[in-house]
Design a protein. Sequence first.
Length: 280
Amino acid sequence: MTICGTILEVDRILNRYRQQGEVIGFVPTMGALHEGHLSLLRASKKACTKSVCSIFVNPTQFNDKKDLERYPRMPEKDCAMLEQAGCDVVFMPSVEEMYPAPDERQFDFGRLDKVLDGAHRPGHFNGVAQVVSKLFAIIKPDKAFFGLKDYQQVLIVKKMVEQLAMPVEIVPCPILREPDGLAMSSRNMLLTAAERKAASLIPQIMQMARQQFGTMPVAELKNKMLEEVRKEPLLKPDYIAFCDAETLESVSEVRPGQKIICLAAIFSGKIRLIDNMPVN
Ligand code: AMP
């Protein structure tokens, strides 16, 4: 496995691969890797002949400075995990390498970046589009693998690729969960034991919503979920929403054939966790 810190280094290796006819798969991450990340790498290894992972905690996508400061960083452990999992190239740039000058680009994804995390984390998806577009320009992957845990991000990245006419296939991959159902996340390691226990209620409440969806009006079900969340003093809902799975517009009445997804952002202590589940 080759570890590259600069654009020139990674470009040199990937150019050679391309000349050799390799199919390049790409998994962008912010590090502090877990099985969820490795499942994306495995999907890449299955579909491509060479797999590249990036580890970069992108400052422009953090709307909360404290969140950026406390974000876990463990590059050596990450690289050992990637090597063990059969990654070919790791791209681990510095902030200066990625942003030699401030990125002033403003993306517009219509309604898609104005709702949910777009509304609750101002600037977040603009920062995601900035870094993913740069990474795609550097790596030029044939396929890029993204986890459905960040459901809105998958839709945003697909839309960005369309808008910029980038020749890359976006491959969405299923959510990996802990045995108690909590979606795996680098942020889980920041939870205290009590917060971790409280967080396990999040998938339980979403499962309840999935089971009861259709038996009562959407607004009533959402209130029921909020009530359940508020029963646990360590949890604080940021949002819970039932949305059209394609547009992410929130729904009150379901049209025949419409796919609905429940999305939630909930704080356990100071740590903001997200999850989602298709409900019909
Ligand atoms: P992050 O390091 O949090 O930016 O995540 C990097 C990639 O891994 C993103 O495409 C995430 O959606 C994906 N990912 C994170 N957690 C999970 C999970 N539990 N299951 C599947 N994919 C995940």
